[in-house]
Design a protein around this ligand. Structure first.
Ligand code: NAD
Length: 487
């Protein structure tokens, strides 16, 4: 097996194996070959992870923030040094082309560790003058945080959760998606090598049942999930029952609105990035592309021409720009939506079916697909597909397109293309979405808070904002005079 880790879990600074349970396979989506076998956590593993995290958290919370920051920054450097090896692993686990993983996965994880490492020593409280007496605040950790990952950006998601949690003095137990279990273990190795005390970052494996057990565990103070809306609802309900602090990064069906004065080539680049990058498996994708009728046909013609330049193929070949979908289940789901779009009467511009890559006959490949004349009621315009399926909807009027863009239960992201600066801000102000772009799409630098409105999530990751979700403020009143009482 090409990517078998030393053991399934990483607890208390060392690889650990479960002594019970049936292992599950990790597949390379380009070939369907088994690259690793992983054991889900059993009760003994959960108990060991909790115990290690408790011990680690005590040591870590007592570590000066500046030193915590140094550890995170060293870990960032280690990820950068190992970027090629980690990118190959991420490609094997997700099927995403190496062309992408070399720049977007461990590399963005390193940016995240570096950013929070830099912030570490600045996380101070405030002094509040009460006229003689005073109060001060301090920012304290929550305790043990539990991170739950999705499969599309495995190491990036692990870093987006671990770095702000750790910088605030928490410990973390992270459960990657069962579909992509491998790279989080490498993050654990890098953090240990950087000097993180044992037990501060632990990885356990398993499916949703292990996730739910951990959410309900009395020693877990906070849960942060990246996943689908239905999973988010389950986690929120369970976390609510146990009054756990919760961050949810969920799905979307985001609008990308292209006005008739937009730079069309740039808008097409954005539409491509918003639908075909990572084979369309990105939560913030702009899958409802509203194009002004005055430029619609020109837009579609160039979009089809440029989409025909996509290189489907071996993800380990750096010339490949579109890899397979992550799994057979995802392949079946995406193919069914390609059929639904055609059955619903949308105009198929290109793609629409599975793709054959001669050298990889068992890979989960589909063609990048564009539908035009999509209307708001079609399922392909309402439901998250999570594959390379781009829907073009027509519009003429600004107010109308804003209302239609907002007519969804999701609210993760949105984009606007126009050269009219007043219109750009006016439209963005009215869009109900947590992360917005003007004249670009899907850039998520670590400095910028990320998260959803409506059913797309709760809380924020990245930027200074994430600190609020991994720490709690203690207010201390200091009496400088006497104490009065009624009797
Ligand atoms: P998923 O919801 O199926 O699984 C996500 C994780 O939750 C997995 O680790 C899974 O094991 C775990 N899980 C499942 N049931 C659980 C339960 N009852 N309790 C606790 N944990 C449970 O999602 P997925 O298929 O892995 O990922 C795709 C989805 O994630 C899409 O909807 C996508 O939009 C979303 N996503 C969101 C973001 C974001 O930042 N907003 C980023 C990436 C992906």
């Amino acid at each position: 097996m090409r990517a078998q880790p030393k053991a399934s879990h990483y607890i208390g600074g060392a690889y650990t194996e479960s002594q019970s349970g049936t292992p599950f396979d990790s597949l390379y989506p380009a070939t369907g070959e088994v690259i690793a076998q992983i054991h889900p956590a059993d009760d003994a593993i959960i108990a060991a992870a909790i115990s290690a995290a408790k011990e680690g958290q005590k040591v870590w919370a007592a570590t000066p923030p500046a030193e915590r920051g140094r550890v995170l920054r060293r870990a960032a450097e280690i990820l950068r040094e190992k970027n090629h090896e980690l990118s190959v692993l991420e490609t094997l686990d997700t099927g995403k082309p190496l062309q992408e993983t070399l720049i977007a996965d461990a590399a963005s994880g390193a940016d995240c560790l570096e950013y929070y490492g830099g912030l570490a020593a600045t996380l101070t409280g405030e002094h509040i003058d009460l006229g003689g007496s005073f109060a001060y605040t301090k920012r304290e950790p929550l305790g043990i945080c539990f991170g739950i990952g999705a499969w599309n950006y495995p190491i990036q998601i692990a870093c987006w959760k671990a770095a702000p949690a750790l910088v605030c003095g928490n410990a973390m137990i992270f459960k990657p998606s069962e579909v992509t279990p491998l790279s989080a273990l490498k993050l654990a190795e890098a953090l240990m090598e950087a000097g993180l005390p044992a037990g501060v970052f632990n990885v356990i494996q398993g499916f949703g049942d292990i996730g739910a057990k951990m959410v309900a565990h009395p020693d877990i103070a906070k849960v942060s999930l990246t996943g689908s809306v239905p999973t988010g609802a389950k986690v929120a309900a369970l976390a609510g029952e146990h009054l756990k602090k919760t961050t949810l990064e969920l799905g979307g069906k985001s609008p990308l609105i292209i006005f008739d004065d937009a730079d069309i080539e740039n808008a097409i680049s954005a539409a491509i990035n918003a639908n075909f990058y990572s084979t369309g498996q990105i939560c913030s994708n702009g899958t409802r592309v509203f194009v002004h009728t005055a430029i619609k046909e020109q837009f579609l013609k160039r979009l089809a021409e440029r989409t025909s330049d996509a290189v489907l193929g071996d993800p380990l070949d750096e010339a490949t720009s579109i890899g397979p979908l992550v799994s057979k289940a995802q392949l079946d789901k995406v193919l069914s939506y390609m059929q639904i779009g055609q059955d619903e009467g949308a105009r198929l511009i290109c793609g629409g079916s599975a793709a054959k890559v001669d050298s990889l006959p068992d890979g989960f490949f589909v063609q990048p697909t564009v539908f035009a004349d999509v209307n708001d009621n079609m399922r392909i315009a309402q439901e998250e597909i999570f594959g390379p399926v781009l829907s073009v909807l027509n519009f003429d009027d600004e107010d109308d397109v804003i209302a239609r863009a907002n007519d969804t239960e999701f609210g993760l992201a949105a984009g606007v293309f126009t050269k009219d600066i007043q219109r750009a801000h006016r439209v963005i102000d009215q869009l109900q979405a947590g992360t917005c772009w003007i004249n670009t799409y899907n850039l998520t630098p670590i400095e910028m808070p990320f998260g959803g409105y409506k059913k797309s999530g709760m809380g924020r990751e990245n930027g200074h904002a994430a600190i609020e979700y991994y720490s709690q403020i203690k207010s201390v009143y200091v009496e400088m005079g006497g104490v009065e009482a009624a009797f």
